[in-house]
Design a protein around this ligand. Structure first.
Ligand code: ADP
Ligand code: MG
Ligand code: MG
Length: 935
């Protein structure tokens, strides 16, 4: 998590970054120069847990478990560097690396006591993908490699189990066929089902050796027909082709989409793990399973997971057979169960985090196949972090690092209004895979989910089961509902990670994806119908149900006592710890008193941006504002401003009060005036209508015409670059005067009432020091006069928003006038890139697809460009005024990756929208723990 900030560089810099990463690795001594393959086996591994960059998460976990003496089948990891080489060399692996792989294969054969391709004692291996960040199901894995027409007989005679040998062979052919030869899975499934049908078999496990031999023959025909070549019999050829296919799978569209959503750069590449197979499909004393050391949906401390007897690999997650809850393993194989619990408890202690593990039991002997930090919901993340701290497994500092800041948002998501929810009958139930209330219109495909959401609809994606290709649809849906699959199925894992309410394995629903409907009991639900479900209870209802604020929001709103909410207390604990570890202050962007109150309740201590123009849009104010704008002389304008004064003063009073004396930065008017007037086109239509309509509308018509004339006068070709910000204050100083007076009067009143407030008056869009000087003169004059009238002297500051690149590049001069800076990174991004932020949507997606830009620079700060401007502004400003207070108030103030950057450049505070305050508090703490000012 803490590393996230380091992951946000554009692919343009990929080559440079790869080089940088390599030298960092070499420096730490973790990887040896020229070494590309890392062995693990016989209790010793070349790698360890610190080598995720090079070995991927899976490879580093296998190495670490091997070193810890756990039962891990031996194998070796081909490093992520080789993936980079593979792409650089246009899908070719140099001979030297091939030789290193072969040498490690020989070592593996020795450790395993079996030989790849041997006819009497064949070694079988899996070829597993594994990048630094886990990407469930996005890339490919091949099991049982090494089987061919001869070695399968060898496997049969070694195990005295023909059914098992041929089951393994057909599985291998199917995986190799689909992953390496890219033959559609359906072609194999068709043959498999055909054999099952002709033998009257219901379950896969009902097929005997003869039947499986027939499956193998049919598969060969499929391969021959679809690829034009016979199924490859040479195990080395199988191995190389599979390795390359895993490298290829790194760039498949769904993996790319996944990385885009989770902000994982393309250049890091995947490792390939080649590992001796162990078999969960040898019979009823074998099995395979996956699990978590704690419940990843709720965080509850319980052993959690599923297993299948007589099964292999992906069977558990594929949702083909319904797995058994892991607790039942205790009855079936008590010794293996006990050992599994001991090992996983140890792993959790060792890694100091919830573990997600895979295991296989072969003839009652347990093997560990994977361990990694478990993906969890935001809710579970907070519960687990506070529990681990209470159990003294982690310190508060470590607990703070265990929660992804972004995931705190899930805790703020609404739930159902229980009364309304209880009124509706339960239509069906499924497994509660990911908590949260979801209500939406049913869609049956990921593409439709995306289309409908783009039309502004709210959808629930209903599938028989989800597959990794559905990721884009899952991302936009309110919730995910599947008919098959267990708590560790794809939909469940991804749903939890995204914080999407999800119910899986709702076995009573019959989904007809082609006909776009599902049946539950006697009812048919069609595409577009409303359904709702509760991801915590697993209940599905066929209606639209209103939702209500989350428990945390209820506490914030004062509807619920903090003491009565367990989750609030935990949330508060994590944030309380965060406050101890962070250096930067947290302020809110809030314009109105009620927003300021929420922000304060969420822990903001100060307002970084109070936009006064939002106050102009308040009820009944627009006509006054319009009169001010329409005035063609100063006297009329002043009259309108006089009317606005008391309204603004009240607002400021409320905001100051809500912040209880914490600093409040108020920005003088910023947007171009035409924003307060009706649209030109609308006015023209109205005038035309009035002209046509009978009756005496003369007065109205005259008014509209005046308005239109003024609108036309104010019309700008490029309003974003036009008459706005400080330019308005300079041309209409009476606006700045009124605003200053309102601010100072409100502050004087509060100071008289005993609340000490120090208003910070902020002039927007300053590019030249003289602009600021002009406005500062106005502010100081009016402030002095107002304080004299009020008979009280208060402290106030005048500063500026740095959002014009010229302002940043001349910050040393600007700081002569400014007592503080606040970076307005929205406009600064707009003006540095020259992208209109209102039009960027038209091309940004293409830019991202073409990898010109990695991310939306309006969401996460562009460190290289805009960041450099910020850095220059801070450095120059502090050269003039070493104690200059500097903050940020753009959208980026609530973005964790950007917050890391602001920590580095040494800003004093970040300011974010009220609901993002918790995210900002946690992200600021993580930033302070991960990076140093000046890095
Ligand atoms: P994923 O990242 O999609 O989980 P994995 O590489 O972990 O892919 O493997 C897919 C499945 O195959 C998992 O259930 C895993 O436990 C199983 N598997 C992988 N390698 C072996 C092996 N050597 N022996 C037995 N099962 C294996
Ligand atoms: Mg896989
Ligand atoms: Mg796995």
């Amino acid at each position: 998590m803490a590393k996230k900030a380091a992951r946000k560089n554009a692919p343009a810099a990929a080559a440079k970054k790869v080089a940088a990463r390599k030298s960092a690795v070499a420096k730490s001594g973790a990887g040896k120069a020229g070494k590309h393959v890392y062995f693990f086996g016989n209790g010793k591994a070349d790698g360890n847990r610190t080598m995720k960059d090079l070995l991927g998460g899976k490879g580093s976990g296998l190495a670490e478990m091997t070193n810890a003496g756990l039962p891990v089948p031996p194998g070796f990891t081909i490093s992520t560097d080789v993936c980079t080489i593979y792409y650089k060399e246009k899908a070719h692996i140099p001979a030297a690396i091939d030789a290193e792989i072969t040498a490690n294969l020989r070592k593996l054969e020795n450790a395993a006591g079996a030989k790849l391709g041997s006819t009497d004692n064949p070694l079988l291996v899996s070829v597993r993908s594994g990048a630094k960040f886990s990407m469930p199901g996005m890339m490919d894995t091949i099991l049982n490699l090494g089987l061919n027409d001869q070695s399968v007989e060898g496997l049969k005679s070694r195990t005295q189990n023909g059914r098992f040998a041929f089951d393994s062979y057909r599985r291998f052919m199917q995986m190799f066929g689909s992953v390496v030869l890219e033959i559609p899975k359906a072609a194999f499934e068709h043959e498999f089902d055909g054999v099952k049908e002709s033998r009257g078999a219901k379950l896969d496990t009902d097929l005997d050796e003869a039947a499986l031999r027939e499956v193998v023959e049919r598969y060969k025909a499929v391969v021959k027909k679809k690829s034009g070549k016979p199924f490859p019999q040479d195990p080395m050829e199988q191995l190389k082709a599979s390795r390359d296919a895993v490298f290829r799978s790194w760039m498949n569209p769904r993996a790319q989409e996944y990385r885009r959503i989770y902000d994982i750069p393309d250049y890091i590449g995947t490792a390939v793990n080649v590992q001796m197979m162990v078999f969960g499909n040898t019979g009823d004393r074998s099995g395979t399973g996956v699990g978590f050391t704690r419940n990843p949906a709720t965080g509850t401390k319980e052993f959690y997971g599923e297993f299948l007897i007589n099964a292999q690999g992906e069977d558990v997650v594929a949702g083909v057979r319904t797995p058994q809850p892991i607790a039942q393993l205790e009855q079936v194989m008590p010794a293996a169960y006990k050992q599994l619990r001991q090992i996983t408890t140890r792993l959790e202690k060792h890694y100091k985090d919830i573990q997600d593990f895979e295991f296989t039991i072969q003839d009652e002997k347990l093997y560990m196949l994977q361990t990694r930090s478990g993906k969890r919901t935001g809710y579970a993340a907070v519960v687990i972090a506070t529990d681990l701290a209470a159990e003294k497994l982690v310190t508060p500092k470590e607990a703070v690092l265990l929660v992804d800041p972004e995931s705190l948002n899930q805790l703020l998501a609404p739930g159902f209004d229980q009364d309304e929810w209880n009124k509706i009958a339960v239509a069906t139930r499924g497994l509660p895979a990911s908590p949260g209330a979801a209500s939406g219109q049913v869609v049956f495909s990921a593409d439709h989910a995306v289309e409908w959401t783009q039309q502004g609809k709210q959808v629930i994606l209903v599938r028989r089961e989800t597959v990794p290709d559905d990721i884009h649809g899952m991302f936009v849906s309110q919730g995910i509902l599947t008919a098959t699959g267990g708590m560790t199925s794809h939909a469940a894992v991804v749903g939890r990670q995204m914080g999407k309410p999800s119910i899986v394995g709702a076995g009573e629903i019959e989904v007809d994806e082609v006909g776009k409907k599902f049946r539950v009991g006697a009812t048919t639900v069609k595409e577009g119908d409303w359904i709702s479900f509760d991801g915590l209870s697993g209940e599905v209802k066929l209606a639209r149900v209103a939702s209500k604020p989350s428990e945390i929001l209820q506490v914030i709103n004062g509807q619920l006592k903090a003491a009565d909410s367990d989750i609030y207390k935990r949330f508060d604990k994590i944030l309380g710890w965060s406050d101890k570890f962070r250096r930067m202050g947290i302020r809110a962007n809030a314009d109105l008193p009620d927003q300021a109150e929420i922000a304060y309740a969420f822990g903001a201590r100060g307002i970084g941006l109070c936009r006064t123009e939002h106050m102009f849009f308040g009820e009944g104010r627009i006509p006054v504002v319009q009169r001010m704008i329409l005035a063609d002389n100063e006297a009329d304008r002043r009259k309108a401003l006089d009317e606005l004064l008391p309204l603004q003063r009240e607002d400021f009073y409320g905001v100051f009060k809500a912040m209880k004396g914490s600093p409040v930065t108020i920005r003088t008017i910023d947007p171009p005036l035409h924003e307060f007037l009706p649209k030109r086109e609308d006015l023209m239509v109205e005038i035309a209508r009035l002209e046509m309509s009978p009756g005496n509308k003369k007065k109205e018509l005259a008014e509209k015409r005046t308005l239109l004339a003024r609108v036309e006068q104010l019309h700008e070709f490029n309003p974003m670059l036009g008459h706005r910000g400080v330019r308005l204050g300079i041309t209409y100083p009476e606006i700045t005067e009124m605003q200053t007076r309102a601010i100072i009067e409100a502050a004087c009143r509060l100071n008289k009432e005993g609340l000490k407030v120090v208003p910070e008056i902020m002039i927007p869009l300053v590019g030249h020091v003289k602009e600021l000087k002009d406005q500062k003169t106005v502010v100081d004059r009016v402030a002095a006069q107002t304080m004299k009238e009020q008979g009280i002297k208060i402290k106030y500051l005048v500063g500026t928003m740095i959002e014009v690149p010229r302002g940043a590049m001349t910050a040393d001069q600007v700081a002569q006038e400014a007592q503080f800076f606040s970076f307005g990174t929205n406009d600064l991004t707009q003006l540095t890139f020259g992208y209109s932020r209102d039009d960027v949507g038209k091309f940004l997606r293409v830019y991202q697809e073409k990898k010109i830009l990695d991310k939306d620079p309006f969401a996460t700060i562009d460190v290289e460009g805009v960041g450099a401007v910020v850095r220059a502004g801070v450095t120059l400003g502090r050269k003039t005024r070493p104690d200059l207070k500097v903050g940020v108030c753009g959208e980026h103030g609530g973005d964790p990756a950007s917050i890391h950057f602001f920590e580095k450049v040494g800003l004093d505070y970040v300011s974010a929208s009220p609901y993002r305050i918790p995210v900002a508090r946690l992200a600021a703490a993580q930033a302070a723990l991960a990076v140093k000012v000046g890095d």
